[in-house]
Design a binder for this molecule. Structure first.
Ligand code: GLN
Length: 489
């Protein structure tokens, strides 16, 4: 029998609805597994066990009363960049140690309203800045497929929580790939919606024009169930669009016959990509072709400028967003006699090295005399990147690429050199620059047994195209059914 913690969200939900499983038992199974194995993985920063069991009891009672809610009794982990009322929210930083928001992020509120159970808060690179979760002030998270390897970042805790059997699904955030990269490295499915599809209210800002909350789970159906609940306009976030949210779930199972898929030649550079990754993506494309999709080669000519433009924009926005951490309104404060000394000490000791590097670079690229040369140019490039995609989506329905050039790296190999780490995002940042949705789905393993993710990109607000494609793919493949070997901490 499949262990309760190995069920996909949709399998568990079906059991709950059939009366074969209680929310309390499912929740307890995850809590037990967290106790047993999370000391080795370290996905969680905070486990809200008492609250989770109370929510689970209420979910079982609600179900017994006949209430029907889309996620009733489903245990979920929340990235610690997302505000949770009364529950410590650190964003992976010492500067927010002890910070307990007085409100829930809208995404969290909607999950709770839909009956979901919150298991706790999961680890991330400090302020979501990183690709490996090695930049957290609270220690690294390990990849459940191989504890010597990173889980990806910045939502590494969200990826490891699902892959490690420590939650049925999770929320992550994606500013430049941070939902899709951990999805890929952890062998699970992950969906970053279009900019404006999900409210950012209560999401601790990194790069506000790029940030989106996304969902991670074993299957495309799982991440869709979570997205269905989160998506939609929120009066508290003026950048969330006033657009109807399609019934995504109703489209699961639709045929993909006749869909046109673009393969951008700039994303398939032979010697820049690990051969096993290239092979797995090509096999994935063939599989989609066999399902009736039509494959066309396309070009996204400004791809080579994406990474530079992304890092300038992200760091510029971060330098501005992070100015608010002065020790007065949020989290930790170091008191000195003089106000300026207090600021210096609080920010000097509260922020980690990577965050400081980015505040410095971002301040530089925004300063008078350099603004036009860096920030202004990066914004111009951003428009060109968006136009590349607009042009492509005139002739194709979706685009298929690798999520990253490699599988999960060993600890230390990227974090020792910031440039190495930034290069891991080479295929993922374009979606954030253009504001379009992106999905990562498992499509194979490398020779060392580490998972490989295939990226699907769609036109803005066309999440349903990716959902149809990903789900169709998972009906004829079994990569999403593999589970890592049990870990004994
Ligand atoms: N690795 C990228 C960065 O450090 C993306 C992070 C993210 O999406 N939060 O900026």
């Amino acid at each position: 029998m499949t262990h309760l913690t190995e069920l996909s969200l949709s399998e568990g939900l079906a059991k709950l609805n059939a009366g074969e499983l209680s929310a309390v038992d499912w929740t307890q199974a995850y809590l037990d597994r967290i106790t047993q194995t999370d000391p080795a993985i370290h996905a969680y920063l905070t486990v809200t066990d008492t609250l989770a069991l109370e929510q689970a009891r209420q979910a079982d009672e609600a179900r017994a009363r006949g209430e029907q809610l889309p996620l009733l009794g489903v245990p979920i982990a929340i990235k610690d960049a997302i505000s949770t009322k009364g529950i410590e929210t650190t964003c992976g930083s010492k500067i927010l140690a002890g910070y307990r928001p007085v409100f829930n992020a809208t995404a969290v509120e909607r999950l709770l309203q839909a009956g979901a159970i919150m298991l706790g808060k999961v680890n991330l690179d400090e302020f979501a800045m990183g690709s490996t979760t090695e930049n957290s002030a609270y220690g690294v998270t390990r990849n459940p497929w191989n504890l010597e390897h990173v889980p990806g970042g910045s939502s590494g805790g969200s990826g490891a929580a699902v892959a490690g059997g420590l939650a049925a699904a999770s929320l992550g955030t994606d500013t430049g790939g941070s939902v899709r990269l951990p999805g890929s490295f952890c062998g699970i499915s992950a969906l970053k919606p279009s900019y404006g599809r999900v409210s950012r209210f209560g999401l601790i800002a990194y790069g506000s024009s790029l940030d989106q909350i996304g969902s991670l789970g074993w299957t495309v159906e799982d991440v869709t169930r979570v997205m269905q609940v989160m998506a939609g306009h929120d009066p508290k976030d003026s950048t969330s669009m006033r657009l109807d949210v399609p019934d995504y779930l109703a489209q699961l199972g639709d045929s993909i016959r006749g869909m046109k898929l673009g393969i951008p030649k700039e994303y398939f550079i032979e010697d820049a990509i690990q051969p096993e990754v290239l092979r797995a993506i090509r096999a994935g494309i063939t599989q989609l072709e066999q399902l009736g999709a039509e494959i066309v080669e396309i070009s996204l000519p400004h791809t080579e400028y994406c990474l530079s433009a992304y890092y300038i924009i992200a760091m510029s926005e971060a330098s501005s967003n992070l100015a608010r951490y002065d020790g007065i309104r949020f989290g930790a404060k170091i008191n000195k006699d003089d106000m300026w000394d207090s600021y210096r000490a609080t920010r000097g000791q509260g922020f980690g090295e990577e965050v400081k590097r980015r505040i410095l670079i971002g301040t530089y690229t925004l300063s008078a005399g350099y603004y036009d040369a860096y920030y202004g140019k990066a914004q111009a490039v951003r428009t060109l990147v968006k136009q590349d995609f607009d042009r492509a989506f005139e002739s194709v329905d979706a685009i298929v690429t690798p999520v990253a050039p490699t599988t999960a790296n060993r600890f230390g190999s990227a974090s020792s050199d910031p440039m190495q780490m930034y290069l891991m995002d080479v295929f993922s940042v374009s979606a954030n620059l253009a504001g379009i949705p992106g999905m990562s789905i498992p499509c194979g393993f490398d020779d060392a047994g580490l998972p490989i993710g295939m990226q699907l990109l769609g036109a803005q607000f066309k999440e349903e195209t990716l959902i149809k494609l990903g789900h169709a793919y998972q009906q004829v493949t079994d990569w999403h059914t593999h589970r890592p070997k049990p870990i004994h901490a």
